[in-house]
Design a protein around this ligand. Sequence first.
Ligand SMILES: Nc1ncnc2c1ncn2[C@@H]1O[C@H](COP(=O)(O)OP(=O)(O)O)[C@@H](O)[C@H]1O
Ligand SMILES: [Mg+2]
Length: 177
Amino acid sequence: MILSIKLENLIQTNTFATNIAKVLPHKITIVFNGDLGAGKTTLIKNIIQSYGVSGNIKSPTYTLVETYHTPISIIIHHFDLYRFHDENEWLDAGFDEYFTQTNTICLIEWPIRAMRLIPEIDWVVDIHILNSENLINNTNQEQERHMDYHPSRMVTITPHTPIGHECIRKLKSIMKC
Ligand SMILES: Nc1ncnc2c1ncn2[C@@H]1O[C@H](COP(=O)(O)OP(=O)(O)O)[C@@H](O)[C@H]1O
Ligand SMILES: [Mg+2]
Protein backbone atom coordinates (compact mmCIF):
# COMPACT_ATOMS: atom_id res chain seq x y z
CA MET A 1 0.00 0.00 0.00
CA ILE A 2 1.53 3.29 -1.08
CA LEU A 3 0.21 6.80 -0.69
CA SER A 4 0.46 9.44 -3.42
CA ILE A 5 -0.69 13.01 -2.97
CA LYS A 6 -0.45 16.20 -5.01
CA LEU A 7 0.49 19.22 -2.90
CA GLU A 8 -0.42 22.38 -4.79
CA ASN A 9 0.99 24.90 -2.37
CA LEU A 10 2.65 25.38 1.00
CA ILE A 11 -0.66 25.39 2.86
CA GLN A 12 -1.42 21.89 1.57
CA THR A 13 2.13 20.83 2.49
CA ASN A 14 1.54 22.10 6.00
CA THR A 15 -1.77 20.24 6.35
CA PHE A 16 -0.16 17.04 5.07
CA ALA A 17 2.72 17.42 7.54
CA THR A 18 0.26 17.86 10.40
CA ASN A 19 -1.51 14.65 9.41
CA ILE A 20 1.81 12.79 9.20
CA ALA A 21 2.73 13.92 12.70
CA LYS A 22 -0.63 12.61 13.96
CA VAL A 23 0.02 9.05 12.75
CA LEU A 24 3.75 8.51 13.29
CA PRO A 25 4.84 6.36 16.21
CA HIS A 26 7.55 7.75 18.48
CA LYS A 27 10.19 5.61 16.86
CA ILE A 28 10.49 5.73 13.09
CA THR A 29 12.99 6.33 10.31
CA ILE A 30 11.90 8.15 7.16
CA VAL A 31 14.05 8.99 4.14
CA PHE A 32 13.24 11.74 1.62
CA ASN A 33 14.28 11.53 -2.04
CA GLY A 34 13.98 14.33 -4.60
CA ASP A 35 16.06 16.78 -6.59
CA LEU A 36 17.46 19.97 -5.10
CA GLY A 37 14.50 22.29 -4.59
CA ALA A 38 11.92 19.49 -4.68
CA GLY A 39 10.64 20.40 -1.22
CA LYS A 40 12.25 17.87 1.14
CA THR A 41 13.39 20.40 3.75
CA THR A 42 10.06 22.23 3.56
CA LEU A 43 8.05 19.08 4.29
CA ILE A 44 10.41 18.04 7.10
CA LYS A 45 10.30 21.52 8.70
CA ASN A 46 6.51 21.38 8.65
CA ILE A 47 6.53 17.94 10.27
CA ILE A 48 8.89 19.15 13.02
CA GLN A 49 6.70 22.20 13.64
CA SER A 50 3.65 19.94 13.84
CA TYR A 51 5.19 18.37 16.95
CA GLY A 52 5.13 21.79 18.63
CA VAL A 53 8.78 22.65 18.11
CA SER A 54 9.01 26.43 17.95
CA GLY A 55 11.84 28.71 16.93
CA ASN A 56 14.15 28.51 14.00
CA ILE A 57 14.33 25.19 12.19
CA LYS A 58 17.42 25.43 10.07
CA SER A 59 18.55 23.15 7.28
CA PRO A 60 21.44 20.89 8.42
CA THR A 61 23.26 21.47 5.14
CA TYR A 62 26.69 21.84 6.74
CA THR A 63 26.16 20.23 10.14
CA LEU A 64 24.67 17.02 8.58
CA VAL A 65 22.18 16.77 11.46
CA GLU A 66 20.05 19.06 13.61
CA THR A 67 18.28 17.69 16.68
CA TYR A 68 15.02 18.89 18.24
CA HIS A 69 13.26 18.01 21.48
CA THR A 70 9.48 18.18 21.32
CA PRO A 71 7.22 19.20 24.25
CA ILE A 72 6.16 15.55 24.62
CA SER A 73 9.79 14.37 24.86
CA ILE A 74 10.24 12.98 21.39
CA ILE A 75 13.68 13.53 19.87
CA ILE A 76 13.71 14.42 16.17
CA HIS A 77 16.94 14.13 14.20
CA HIS A 78 16.86 15.93 10.85
CA PHE A 79 19.71 14.73 8.63
CA ASP A 80 20.80 16.30 5.35
CA LEU A 81 23.45 13.98 3.89
CA TYR A 82 24.01 15.92 0.66
CA ARG A 83 27.59 16.69 1.70
CA PHE A 84 28.23 13.33 3.34
CA HIS A 85 30.80 11.14 1.59
CA ASP A 86 32.89 9.30 4.18
CA GLU A 87 31.58 6.22 5.99
CA ASN A 88 34.08 6.74 8.80
CA GLU A 89 32.51 10.10 9.48
CA TRP A 90 29.23 8.30 10.20
CA LEU A 91 30.87 6.13 12.84
CA ASP A 92 32.99 8.97 14.26
CA ALA A 93 29.91 11.15 14.68
CA GLY A 94 28.13 8.29 16.47
CA PHE A 95 25.21 8.39 14.03
CA ASP A 96 24.57 4.66 14.57
CA GLU A 97 23.41 5.47 18.10
CA TYR A 98 20.90 8.03 16.84
CA PHE A 99 18.90 5.14 15.40
CA THR A 100 18.86 2.97 18.49
CA GLN A 101 17.51 5.57 20.90
CA THR A 102 13.89 5.21 21.99
CA ASN A 103 11.33 7.94 21.28
CA THR A 104 13.36 9.06 18.31
CA ILE A 105 12.22 10.09 14.88
CA CYS A 106 14.89 10.23 12.15
CA LEU A 107 14.07 12.29 9.03
CA ILE A 108 16.77 11.98 6.37
CA GLU A 109 17.41 14.00 3.21
CA TRP A 110 19.78 12.55 0.57
CA PRO A 111 19.77 8.99 2.05
CA ILE A 112 21.43 7.77 -1.16
CA ARG A 113 24.71 9.17 0.20
CA ALA A 114 24.66 6.68 3.10
CA MET A 115 22.33 3.90 1.98
CA ARG A 116 24.39 1.06 3.46
CA LEU A 117 24.72 2.84 6.79
CA ILE A 118 21.14 3.77 7.57
CA PRO A 119 19.46 1.04 9.66
CA GLU A 120 15.88 -0.04 9.06
CA ILE A 121 13.96 2.46 6.91
CA ASP A 122 10.21 2.54 7.61
CA TRP A 123 9.11 5.00 4.90
CA VAL A 124 10.63 6.14 1.62
CA VAL A 125 9.19 9.52 0.59
CA ASP A 126 9.70 10.60 -3.03
CA ILE A 127 9.00 14.21 -4.02
CA HIS A 128 8.73 15.45 -7.61
CA ILE A 129 8.03 18.92 -8.94
CA LEU A 130 5.14 18.82 -11.41
CA ASN A 131 5.19 20.96 -14.58
CA SER A 132 8.80 21.97 -14.00
CA GLU A 133 9.57 21.49 -17.72
CA ASN A 134 6.76 23.85 -18.64
CA LEU A 135 8.10 26.32 -16.13
CA ILE A 136 11.56 26.35 -17.67
CA ASN A 137 10.55 26.23 -21.34
CA ASN A 138 7.42 28.28 -21.27
CA THR A 139 8.27 31.98 -21.41
CA ASN A 140 4.90 33.13 -22.62
CA GLN A 141 3.10 36.10 -21.14
CA GLU A 142 0.81 33.93 -19.08
CA GLN A 143 3.80 32.52 -17.21
CA GLU A 144 5.49 35.89 -16.80
CA ARG A 145 2.35 37.42 -15.32
CA HIS A 146 2.47 34.79 -12.60
CA MET A 147 5.74 35.81 -11.02
CA ASP A 148 4.69 34.08 -7.83
CA TYR A 149 3.82 30.85 -9.63
CA HIS A 150 4.67 27.83 -7.50
CA PRO A 151 4.50 24.43 -9.19
CA SER A 152 2.77 21.59 -7.38
CA ARG A 153 4.64 18.72 -5.78
CA MET A 154 3.78 15.05 -6.15
CA VAL A 155 4.64 13.16 -2.99
CA THR A 156 4.69 9.35 -2.83
CA ILE A 157 5.21 7.42 0.39
CA THR A 158 6.27 3.77 0.19
CA PRO A 159 6.34 1.76 3.43
CA HIS A 160 9.11 -0.79 3.94
CA THR A 161 8.31 -2.25 7.36
CA PRO A 162 5.16 -3.42 9.17
CA ILE A 163 5.25 -0.20 11.25
CA GLY A 164 5.56 1.80 8.03
CA HIS A 165 2.52 0.02 6.56
CA GLU A 166 0.49 0.64 9.69
CA CYS A 167 1.27 4.40 9.55
CA ILE A 168 0.22 4.59 5.89
CA ARG A 169 -3.05 2.87 6.74
CA LYS A 170 -3.71 5.40 9.52
CA LEU A 171 -2.68 8.33 7.32
CA LYS A 172 -5.03 7.24 4.53
CA SER A 173 -7.76 6.82 7.07
CA ILE A 174 -7.49 10.35 8.54
CA MET A 175 -7.01 11.89 5.07
CA LYS A 176 -9.95 9.84 3.73
CA CYS A 177 -8.07 8.71 0.63
N1 LIG B 1 4.35 22.03 -1.90
C1 LIG B 1 5.02 23.11 -2.31
N2 LIG B 1 4.39 24.03 -3.07
C2 LIG B 1 5.05 25.12 -3.49
N3 LIG B 1 6.34 25.41 -3.19
C3 LIG B 1 7.01 24.54 -2.44
C4 LIG B 1 6.39 23.35 -1.97
N4 LIG B 1 7.32 22.65 -1.26
C5 LIG B 1 8.46 23.39 -1.31
N5 LIG B 1 8.29 24.52 -2.00
C6 LIG B 1 9.29 25.55 -2.23
O1 LIG B 1 10.39 24.98 -2.93
C7 LIG B 1 11.60 25.59 -2.51
C8 LIG B 1 12.69 24.58 -2.23
O2 LIG B 1 12.26 23.71 -1.20
P1 LIG B 1 13.26 22.92 -0.24
O3 LIG B 1 12.35 22.30 0.78
O4 LIG B 1 14.36 23.74 0.23
O5 LIG B 1 13.80 21.79 -1.23
P2 LIG B 1 14.87 20.62 -0.98
O6 LIG B 1 15.08 20.46 0.50
O7 LIG B 1 14.20 19.41 -1.59
O8 LIG B 1 16.11 21.00 -1.73
C9 LIG B 1 11.27 26.47 -1.32
O9 LIG B 1 11.28 27.82 -1.73
C10 LIG B 1 9.88 26.06 -0.94
O10 LIG B 1 9.11 27.14 -0.44
MG1 LIG C 1 16.91 20.36 1.55
